[in-house]
Design a protein around this ligand. Sequence first.
Ligand SMILES: Cc1cc2nc3c(=O)[nH]c(=O)nc-3n(C[C@H](O)[C@H](O)[C@H](O)COP(=O)(O)OP(=O)(O)OC[C@H]3O[C@@H](n4cnc5c(N)ncnc54)[C@H](O)[C@@H]3O)c2cc1C
Length: 483
Amino acid sequence: LIQPPATNTPKTCQKTEVLVLGAGIAGITAAKALTENGLEDFIIVEYNSEIGGRCRHTTFGQDQNGDPYTVELGANWIQGTVTDDGPENPIWTLAKESNLSSQASDSSSLTTYDRTGQVDYRDKLDEYDTHCSQLERREGRASMQAESQIPLNSKEIENADLRSALSNAGYHPEDDPHAQTAEWYKMDYEYAQPPELSSRSRTLASYNSTFGHFSPISHFSLDPRGFNTIIQTLSSTYLTPADPRLHLSTVVHNITSTPENITIHNRDGTCISASHAITTFSLGVLKSPLVTFTPPLPPWKTSAIEKMTMGTYTKIFMQFPHDKIFWNTSTEFFLYASPHTRGYYPLFQSLSHADFLPNSGILIATVTSPFSAIVESQPLETTQNQVMEVLREMFGEDNVPEPKAFMLPKWGEMEWARGSFSNWPPGFTGEEHEDLRGRVGGRLWFAGEHTSREWYGYLHGAYDEGMRALKPQYKEPKIREKL
Ligand SMILES: Cc1cc2nc3c(=O)[nH]c(=O)nc-3n(C[C@H](O)[C@H](O)[C@H](O)COP(=O)(O)OP(=O)(O)OC[C@H]3O[C@@H](n4cnc5c(N)ncnc54)[C@H](O)[C@@H]3O)c2cc1C
């Protein structure tokens, strides 16, 4: 017998046909797909007070008129836009429809440093690329695409991690902090986790599926309305302002399935019943105790949730006085090779560049897992001191003033996200990944960036999964079902 949780649940729950759980890009896209297929009886339930999920901005620092800048705490880049003959990244399409203000970002606009100051080790970036290409060529997968070329059950391929594969291909950055930092920039900066925690085949395929499939160009959102404007635009095609089908600031804490229906129980004591529900909560949320399932999710589902990993990517924002900018403002990126710890404040991105927020004095440092966990758990003051020490090694003790503002979001601690984006670990099979997406009990569906086989981690992956999660009559041949 299935028992709903014993909370102060009202006797009758609100009713709808489909519950869309989460108003990030996957949820907003799923509800749009329902609308396009003639199904308008749905309710979207969202933890936060606005839509957008991990596409989230805030105000930071001040311009010379005293007005704050808008900075993106989460997603910032449209990764891969379009080439002349397409296909086009749907996020790029949405950006154009929203008149999003964005700028092409050039990852090769870069100067390299270590504790002795500026040292040119850009050749180490080429070395990494050469070894990756060799790896692909050697295995005959130069144009590898996840869906078509990797057999679901090819154990040898699925088990390999990128670190040992690169090592077998003759790449050994272990004793060279310059090479390690170059590798971090090429790998961890994209996947939020190091090569030893990443599947060899999926990482290379995912990279090709994004930058080979759409284009190698990435655009950086600079829109003062925030990058989530693209998701607002998407929602405005079918939601009216104050649409009663959008329940914001509502935290789901239990999902109960019966053969007849599915009911969500919320923290505020309300409940809603539906014929079907689609959860777009992040993988981090599914791993956490925030939402319970009655009956519990089956072992094939919990095992897949446990095995796919969630990385953390932390942006550290700092603003320096506009008359004391100490770096070259025509360069976008500054790499730092720590002599002792791989991934220790390895990257600073300048927004003070003429094409971005000129003269803003804003730098963004980025750290990723596992170092993100340290930065998130230590006092902000400690992080600020460490960052200042690194910047003074790079640019000279006397040249770097104290910042006027300093801030970082803690993605690992946010109850509604629990990390930044998913990463495909070695040994996680294609079949197990299908289980992440698989429907449970006929009524409970799953979608989000983590369920995308080609584009896990990305906005376009989440969009694609939202779009195909619920098809008319709830038929989706690609979705496997296990009971
Ligand atoms: C720091 C960072 C940088 C990134 N950079 C990029 C980038 O540059 N380019 C790119 O393409 N991607 C980037 N990403 C990844 C991108 O943001 C995600 O892939 C995408 O936003 C995921 O969308 P989603 O709809 O799957 O999940 P989400 O956006 O997480 O949406 C899920 C929604 O569910 C809600 N929710 C969770 N729990 C509950 C609950 N119990 N009750 C009710 N609602 C709940 C959440 O509040 C959220 O709104 C970045 C992410 C981060 C964090």
